[in-house]
Every structure is written in C-alpha cells, then in structure tokens.
Ligand binder design. Sequence first.
Ligand code: PLP
Length: 396
Amino acid sequence: MLSWEQLPALLAQPGQIASAQQVVRQRAWVEISDRALSTNVRHLRQLLGPQTDLMAVVKADAYGHGALKVAQTVLAAGASWLAVATLQEGVELRAGGIEAPILLLGASNTPEEVEAIARWKLQPTLGAVQQALVFSETLAALGQTLPVHLKLDTGMSRLGTLWTDAVGFGRFVAQLPNLSVASVYSHLATADDPDPTIARQQHRRFTEAIGALRAANLAPPRLHLANSAAMLSDRALHYDLVRVGLALYGLYPAAHLREAVALRPVMQVKARVTQVKTIPAGSGVSYGHLFVTDRPLRVAVVGIGYADGVPRNLSNRLEVLLRGQRVRQIGAIAMDQLMLDVDAVPDVQAGETAVLLGTDGNAAISADEWAQKLGTISWEILCGFKHRLPRVSTTD
Ligand SMILES: *Cc1c(COP(=O)(O)O)cnc(C)c1O
C-alpha cells in the first residue's frame, strides 16, 4: 500500500494508472482490466483479414480508461496504430514513451500546432486546402517532411473535403513540398444503425472518390473508413486499417452487433460505503429532498458523486451493487457523495465496496444501462469519469 507521503507524486500525472497495490483505494476509483482489454483486442483482430491493421482509438484519455496504460496494453495485444483527437493527447502518449504511429483525428490549423506535431512525430489529418498550405509552409521552414492523412467528407458533414473534390484536393496536396500522403480516409455517420442505407451511400461515395484518385495517379498507400460499428457490421468496410474505439473497451455500438464478437467491459467503477444508519419515516434525503422516506429506512452513504462522473440526472434512478445485490440510490446525487436504500442488506458496513459499473457476483451494471436511462450513448458515460478517480489496473 502506498504511503500518504507518496501520494502527491503519484497524482502529479493525470490519468496515470498505478498498480493496484500502489493506489490508495480510499474513496472511489476506476478499475481497468488489462486482461479484458487484451482479450477484446485479440477477438477483434480475429475478425480482420491479414491486410487490415487495427488502429486503437485512445482519444479522451482512452474513453476515460487512462490513455497511456491502454495504449501500452493494446499495442502489446496486437494493435499497431493509435488515434487521438487532440495534439495534447498525442504529446502525452509520446512523452510516456509510445513509439507507434499516432493519427491525430482532429484538425490543426496554426504553424505552432504544426511545429509541435512535427516535433512529436504525430500524423495529422488534413481536410482542407488552407490547412495543407500551413502544414507545407511550416514544415518547409523546419526542413521536415511529415506523413499526412487526407480526410474526405462522404456524408458526415464534419471535417474533410467533400468527396466530389477528392481529386482536386489530392492533386493540390501531392504538389506541395514536405508532405507525404500516408492515407485517405472518411468517417461514417450511421454505421450503428441496423438500416444500412446511409452507410452504404457513404461507402459508395468513398469508393467513387478513391476510384477517381487512382485514375488520376493519386492512389494513396492506405485507405480506412470503419469505426467499431462499421468494423463489426461489414467486412467490405475494413480496408487497410480499422479505427476502433468503443469495442476495445468492451461495449457494443448497437444491440444488433452483439453477435459479431465476444467482448467484455474493461472498466468498473467502485466506491466505498462511508456511513450506514437508519433514518426515521418522513426524512428528506439529500439536496432538495427529492426523496422522502415513508418509513424508517436503512441508508448507506457512498463516497462518489457527479464531480467524479456519476451523472446527477440519474438521481433517484440509479442502481448500485452491494454484496452482489442491486440496491436503489435515493435523493439527489451530490458532488462527492450519494445515498443508497440498503433495507435489503441492513448489516452492510462502512468500508465495504459498492459497484456502480461492473460486476459483483452474478449481478452486473453496464454503461449501456446508464446511457439508456439518460437518453445518451455509452461513449459519453465512459468519457465522463474524471481524473479525480484513480485508475487501478487489475489482472482479472
Ligand atoms: C472516435 C472516432 C472513431 C472511433 O469510434 P468508435 O465508434 O468508438 O469505434 C473512429 N474514427 C473517427 C474519425 C473518430 O472520431
């Protein structure tokens, strides 16, 4: 167990995963299963042909799982590329010693960004002519060449040059000094929809644009189109790389894709019971008294709240696992604490562990369950867990 004197040094690195023995599991924490992550990577790789590489998407601190440790684990398990959204995320991985190619999915527009990208050997996405110019000029001044990835907008209407302008854009970039095109890619808007109509239209547009680039002698060395949902739904979308985020972390982009592969959630969220007591009938619980007892009630206080990533909108609707049983959360979820109705497990003690996400005996609560209650998607739930919660690496 870590001594309290060591804690400041440990916490000075945001998002770092310490080993289970190192971290003080004092109040609330996130457990990351290295085995689940490695197994997910292996199962996903089994769906890929020999020409397709796995690019692990580790943006947003690896969807809240801790980017550096996740990057190390997935690379050891068979991923060969990484993708991040921001320059800072890329630099964090490089500073942590990661040497694999890192694609920057987000846009970079200023010479300062270009210098940092070159300095840290990140691989940028170019989606517009003006951007390509800034890159080429800045890199020429530095005397450096960078691999770049051209982004086509085939119907997402986010970053990228419209697919109908692929050849013009490709030709423009090809004649700029200090840039070498490493791939052409696009991104699907509805790959998780059981109705494939829109994804097929995007795929057709991508195919057309690539055909036009080839005809103009601008054939890119690599193509990629698939996120998790596209990877799981159609092999024709795999191309040379698949950019997989959510599935790595053991969640399915949609219920109809569950049959495609066996995945196990990587993250569990746990917190300690900090006090147990019986309150009288007619007691209001937490801010605003959103819950009032109609009888004397056994209540447990748990040391986790909305500042840690438990959405306040789940107040009075959340369920938590205690001793392998589901118990209901009552009253408003506070910034650092929440309360449980523990009438069903009255002898629970302060210091015991409550499972907010994860498994306890035969019971399980998933990020999908929270997302469904909140009318959002599991991606947002995972990203919501903040650095305030230590990441504990487990081998189970
Ligand atoms: C985030 C992202 C991905 C990964 O998406 P998942 O659905 O989590 O697999 C892939 N490609 C791009 C461009 C992204 O922004």
